[in-house]
Design a protein around this ligand. Structure first.
Ligand SMILES: [Fe+2]
Length: 219
């Protein structure tokens, strides 16, 4: 679509110029592309986080199905899982890429990423944007109310967000990081059991353990 730009002053005279409209045209590909662009942005910023999100997305779909989420909740979970850490795009390099454990000030900055992610995903304008953004905001809530940003407790946290919390923790601990090796699966499961009823919903953890026994190659 071509349209005139309001008067532009050139060499002391007023001249009207035309430019190509940068807004999407009816023939442009659908919104799916903006989702892919979000993923690519995250990968360029921090490849580890992009691939962590992709793995968590795959596992969440399976665990969500195992927890009897309906088709709508499952589709929201799949997207929220894939973009749960998208808010890290807004975290400064000296925190996001810090090659060691974070100090208290750095951790406080990092803890803003669920709210940043909520805002980014809500801005996609998708019909499901608010529902997905709510799960992104909730992925660091804890079953006992000790999580953030809202300190929600138990069933006040959407089930899909509780599923995401378990898978996120599993993948983070079984992955290699610059400041530590990947942890053994048995050790990670011990730590998740230790967090059951605290950070982790015990019923979701039970479902995850059943799922891993049935499909040991999943994680
Ligand atoms: Fe996160």
């Amino acid at each position: 679509m071509i349209h005139p730009v309001p008067a532009t002053q050139v060499a002391g005279t007023l001249e009207v110029v035309t430019v190509t409209d940068p807004l999407p045209r009816p023939t442009d590909p659908p919104l799916a592309c903006s989702i892919d662009a979000l993923s690519m942005s995250l990968q360029m910023r921090d490849p580890y986080t992009r691939f962590h999100c992709d793995r968590v997305g795959t596992m969440c779909e399976q665990l969500g199905r195992y927890c009897d989420l309906d088709a709508t909740d499952l589709s929201h979970l799949a997207l929220a899982a894939r973009f749960h850490d998208i808010g890290k795009i807004g975290i400064p390099d000296n925190v996001l890429l810090h090659p060691a454990r974070l100090d208290d000030d750095q951790r406080a900055i990092m803890r803003t990423h669920p709210e940043r992610g909520e805002r980014i995903f809500a801005a996609t304008g998708r019909a499901d944007a608010q529902a997905v953004a709510r799960l992104i905001r909730g992925h660091h809530e804890a079953y006992d109310g000790s999580g953030y940003p809202d300190g929600l407790r138990g069933s006040d946290i959407p089930l899909a967000a509780r599923v995401l919390t378990v898978v996120d923790a599993w993948d983070a601990m079984t992955s290699e990081r610059p400041y530590r090796d990947a942890m053994e699966r048995s050790r990670v499961m011990f730590l998740l059991e230790d967090a059951s009823g605290g950070m982790i919903d015990p019923q979701v953890l039970g479902a995850f353990q059943h799922l891993l026994r049935r499909e040991p190659g999943l994680g």
